[in-house]
Design a protein around this ligand. Structure first.
Ligand SMILES: NC(=O)NCCC(=O)O
Ligand SMILES: [Zn+2]
Ligand SMILES: [Zn+2]
Length: 585
């Protein structure tokens, strides 16, 4: 006989989709405030004190902790076919590792080989990622050759597939590299579309010649990697990319800034008022290139990436100083992991070592340790460089990158008083070596909430495959284009609404819709509140909730399954005026 079903009174049932985080210090890029945060259906619905909360809501006490917007890592490569290998972290393992470290959104790159279709590569990445991602994601596309077809496909990607950013490679000659005239045309096209041009800045011709010379002299080990591409080879290309972008009036995002000289170039253009953005990496901030000269090949090869980790140990301090002074704006990981076995293919020729390091899991800890713990930056600046700036540049703000009313409930409860030691023995990545091995970091993500779901729960990882969704990135990010766009172009995009983090009383006022000012009842439907009162549910800049495309949203649960709540489809962030989300993502 079946056991009798125990009935739980309705008021005692804990709702999976409601969460109250109490007593934390809420940190946004704009500042900090003490308060409680109420989350329902994956969205932040109330912020303040003395909130009116429905029964059955799960409560987490965050006293003594910071509440941070979930980290956004704008630079990862999962399952990337590169230098004859496929990077080891796939979209499941990579996003799982990301979440365990406090990152709740990643942006990967769909990079076609020369002559291949961008659209086909995009489709391939969507297929690889959609069912596997444990957190939300978006895609940049790579431009590795130029033709009318590439230009047309860029337009389709922007207008119909939710891609607003393209990366060009000035290195990896005969593989991904494009020439200056192609770069010029690509930047021009980005400018015409209102997209973000991104660049890997290194002089690929010089690298090839230097490598040949070093190999012929018998320098074959990993130490030859940096020798073939010294600082000025990165700085020259960074300057050249800025010059080319300027010719066509195009804003520019320089990925993986790895040297002092390249950082200085970006700062110089910014001082002139030019919209150039620079991304530092966890690797560049947390370690350096000295292990590349180790007699332990495995350790040396694990540190090989491009541009290289610099052997000057002062580089990491300088990069953090630049982040502190706004010479650089964003931190990513460029997570592109290869196992020791995969790295072994370059044993007799450094130019064949697959380039890439880990970082998606440890980026938040490394930046906190080197930035906040060292006293160089404040918690709000930490939030800005790990989350908010990426959200703004790729036009995801304020759904992402903020703890505000109507924002996605991507929240990290961060204990600054706990420490952890990074190790390959405990990390969640698909590699056997961690470049930050042994580093002690203050700041531990005790809870990581991904779109309302508690995926790190008091330190326990409970991710769900397929919980994440593809986030289209709309064109004309205001942060990037405001200083350049014409008035006619500005009509194409919605100005960013300001973040609102009012008290409960103020929130209630915003939702009573002309009633007597009593506290508003908790609404089961998403609350959409932005300070720009011209935003209506159908107007420019409105979040288009409920327009999630359900197709292709299969869902599976990992061994760490916590619940079976299902999220599916895509997210649409502040689509530009007139553009329908239309289900074509
Ligand atoms: N950076 C690196 O070494 N590997 C990933 C590919 C790239 O971003 O250039
Ligand atoms: Zn690159
Ligand atoms: Zn990369």
């Amino acid at each position: 006989m079946a056991a009798p079903v125990k009935k739980v009174p309705i008021h005692l049932q804990s709702s999976q989709n409601r969460l109250l985080i109490k007593n934390g210090k809420i940190v946004n890029a704009t500042g900090m405030q003490d308060g409680d945060v109420f989350v329902e259906d994956g969205i932040i619905k109330q912020i303040g004190t003395n909130l009116i909360i429905p029964g059955g809501t799960r409560v987490i006490d965050a006293r003594g902790r910071y509440l941070l917007p979930g980290g956004i890592d704008p630079h990862v490569h999962f399952s990337f076919e590169f230098m004859g290998q496929t990077s080891a972290d796939d979209f499941y393992q990579g996003t799982k590792a990301a979440i365990s470290g406090g990152t709740t959104m990643i942006i990967d790159f769909a990079i076609p080989k020369k002559k291949e279709s961008l659209l086909e590569q995009y489709d391939k990445y969507r297929l690889m990622a959609d069912d596997k991602v444990c957190c939300d994601y978006a895609l940049h596309c790579g431009i590795t050759w130029w033709s009318d077809k590439v230009k047309q496909e860029m337009e389709i990607l922007c207008k119909e597939r939710g891609v607003n950013s393209f990366k060009a490679f000035m290195a990896y000659k005969d593989d991904l590299m494009i020439r200056d005239d192609e770069l010029y045309k690509m930047f021009e096209t980005c400018r015409q579309l209102g997209a973000v041009a991104m660049v890997h800045a290194e002089n690929g011709d010089i690298i090839v010649e230097n490598s040949k010379k070093l190999l012929s002299k018998g320098v074959k080990g990993p130490e030859g990697h940096e020798q073939s591409r010294p600082e000025e080879v990165e700085a020259e290309a960074t300057n050249r990319a800025c010059v080319i972008a300027k010719q066509v009036n195009c804003p520019l995002y320089v990925v993986h800034v790895m040297s002092k000289e390249a950082g200085d170039v970006i700062s110089k253009y910014r001082e002139q008022g030019w919209p150039v953005y620079g991304e530092a990496l966890a690797a560049g901030l947390g370690t350096d290139g000295r292990p590349c000269c180790s007699s332990n090949y495995g350790l040396a090869a694990a540190h090989i990436m491009s541009p290289p980790l610099r052997s000057d140990p002062a580089t990491k301090e300088r990069l953090m100083d630049l982040l502190a002074s706004d010479g650089l704006q964003v931190t990513g990981s460029d997570n592109c992991t290869f196992s020791s076995k995969q790295k072994a293919v370059g044993q007799n020729d450094f130019s064949k070592i697959p380039n890439g390091v880990n970082g998606v899991e440890d980026r938040m800890s490394v930046v906190w340790e080197k930035g906040v713990q060292s006293g160089k930056i404040t918690p709000p600046r930490f939030v800005e460089i790990t989350s908010t700036n990426a959200a703004k540049i790729f036009n995801l703000y304020p759904s992402k990158g903020a703890i505000g009313l109507g924002s996605d409930a991507d929240i990290v409860i961060w204990n600054p008083n706990k420490t952890r030691v990074i190790s390959a023995k405990t990390h969640h990545q698909a590699t056997d070596i961690n470049i930050f091995e042994g580093m002690e970091c203050h700041g531990v993500p005790e809870y990581v909430i991904v779109s309302g779901r508690v995926c790190v729960d008091d330190g326990e990882l409970k991710v769900v495959q397929g919980h994440g969704r593809f986030n289209p990135t709309p064109l004309y990010p205001p942060t990037v284009y405001d200083s350049l766009a014409t008035e006619a172009e500005k009509a194409n995009y919605a100005p960013l609404p300001d973040l609102i983090t009012e008290t409960a009383d103020q929130v209630s006022q915003l939702h009573v819709n002309g009633s007597n000012g009593d506290a508003a009842p908790i609404s089961p439907s998403p609350i959409t509140v932005f300070s720009d009162q011209t935003n209506t549910p159908t107007g420019k800049g409105a979040r288009q909730e409920g327009q999630r495309n359900l197709q292709g949203s299969s869902f599976s649960i990992s061994s760490e399954v916590g619940d079976t709540s299902k999220r599916s489809g895509i997210r649409v962030h502040n689509p530009p005026g007139g553009r329908s989300s239309g289900g074509f993502w």
